[in-house]
Design a protein around this ligand. Structure first.
Ligand code: PLP
Length: 426
């Protein structure tokens, strides 16, 4: 089924060599070039990788149907403590980066949990319970309000949800389990900080540590869940396991929806968004296509030590990368793409980038100076944008110009406050 076309704003990045040689293309380049020589780079020129997606714009499949998002929005916005997070204008940064507009959706305050992940995992817990109540013939029409009111507590308290996490998703699932009245066991790998573990335990979840990486914890959670009859509420998906991650990603879309509602003036031309397993980037991508006739050019930015989406794009197939994924961007330290996310991103992302830890830390400091608290996994998109904006070849590839309008997402605040202080003040 054909569902989208090439976003024309970054079409130049996919021109072949012959097209680049035409006089018409050369004229275009000269006409759109920003006066880069007059700009002081905002970041040091850290090395980065940029891979324009050769498959961008090829017809794809619908991974997140519109009806599912409408349900997610209705449910989540009905939660009593719901409030949209701010979209912050960064005019000075836009000038320094040589674009027209730069705005940052700031997720630090989301539901008091510190990250956008509060939208996904908790909503998927509610949906898992609603589905199970229907399957057991208890009710076909439970809502999250019914669960909060403990209307079916005799059933829900016998249900256990579980997942693997590097911090934020587990916090959301544990919070959702507490809010909606079921049991919760969270698997964390051995490098997840104690502060992040404590933050999850605060919501009453049992924690289990696993040797290895996030991906090892994902496998262990699935294995134990199968043995115990628990329900996996994962933020990643794999063959045969997609229904729950769809709910997670539908929840994420609310962040993009708010951003589009808050966006004043002509729509964004570019979105730089960070990638772990890709669920966030795919949700943003789907939503940008749903909201805008001409969707912005979407660039997915990962840590250079955990760039499984970039590797997948290079090889043209979902690819797991080896190694210990040792990056300060803990939430993005994922070695394998989510199947669902990849189904969206392989055709809808204009490009993939990989950036070093140093660039992320510099961005945390830069935002801190502007009074914005952004954690280490929350700034990769900003790092990618600033590095690309300061690099003439990357600007040209991505079609970044003096009149570009760039949407960024700071997806977490200081979710590990001690580490945040150490990185920003250090
Ligand atoms: C703060 C933050 N930003 C971005 C991401 C990336 O999300 P995804 O794994 O869906 O790509 C994560 C994942 O945990 C995260 O914690």
């Amino acid at each position: 089924m054909l569902i989208f076309t090439v976003p024309s704003r970054c079409r130049r990045s996919r021109l072949n060599t012959a097209a680049r040689a035409t006089p018409e293309f050369k004229r275009t380049r000269l006409a759109v070039g920003a006066p880069l020589s007059q700009l002081a780079p905002v970041l040091d020129p850290y090395p980065f990788r940029l891979f324009p997606n050769p498959r961008a714009g090829v017809p794809g499949t619908v991974v997140l149907p519109a009806g599912g998002f409408r349900r997610a929005r209705a449910e989540i916005t009905s939660w009593p403590d719901y409030a949209p997070t701010p979209l912050r204008d960064l005019p000075a940064l836009a000038v320094q980066a040589g674009v027209g507009v730069a705005r940052l959706k700031d997720e630090a305050g989301r539901f008091g949990l510190g990250s956008f992940k509060a939208l996904g995992g908790a909503y998927a817990v509610a949906q898992t319970l609603v589905t199970e109540l229907a399957r057991r013939g208890v009710t076909l029409a439970a809502t999250s309000a019914d669960l909060v009111a403990r209307r079916h507590a005799e059933v829900t308290r016998t249900i256990t949800v579980t997942c693997a996490t590097d911090g934020n998703h587990g916090r959301s699932v544990a919070w959702g389990a507490q809010r909606f009245g079921c049991q919760c066991v969270i698997f964390i790998h051995h490098t997840v900080s104690q502060a992040r573990a404590d933050a999850i335990a605060r919501y009453g979840a049992e924690l289990r540590r696993v040797t290895g990486t996030y991906d090892d914890a994902v496998r262990e959670a699935a294995r134990v869940a199968a043995a115990e009859g628990w329900f996996v509420v994962s933020d990643t998906s794999w063959p045969g396991y997609t229904a729950v991650p769809v709910h997670v990603m539908q929840g994420y879309r609310l962040m993009a929806d708010e951003a589009a509602d808050q966006w004043a003036g002509a729509p964004p031309t570019h979105v730089f968004v960070q990638g772990g397993v890709g669920g966030l980037a795919a949700a943003v991508s789907v939503h940008m296509r749903a909201r805008y006739g001409r969707p912005p050019c979407l660039v997915v930015v990962e840590p250079d030590r955990a760039a499984c989406l970039l590797a997948s794009a290079e090889l043209g197939t979902p690819t797991a990368i080896p190694g210990d994924l040792d990056t300060v961007m803990a939430g993005l330290a994922c070695g394998a793409p989510s199947l669902l996310a990849w189904a969206e991103l392989e055709r809808a992302a204009a490009a993939f980038m990989a950036v070093p830890d140093e660039a992320a830390i510099a961005c945390m400091k830069l935002l801190a100076r502007a009074g914005i608290v952004a954690g280490e996994s929350g700034v990769a998109g900003l790092a990618g944008f600033l590095l690309a904006a300061a690099d003439p070849a990357a600007r040209e590839t991505l079609g970044l110009r003096a009149d570009s309008r760039v949407l960024l997402f700071s997806t977490e605040g200081a979710t590990d406050p001690e580490l945040y202080r150490h990185l920003v003040e250090g």
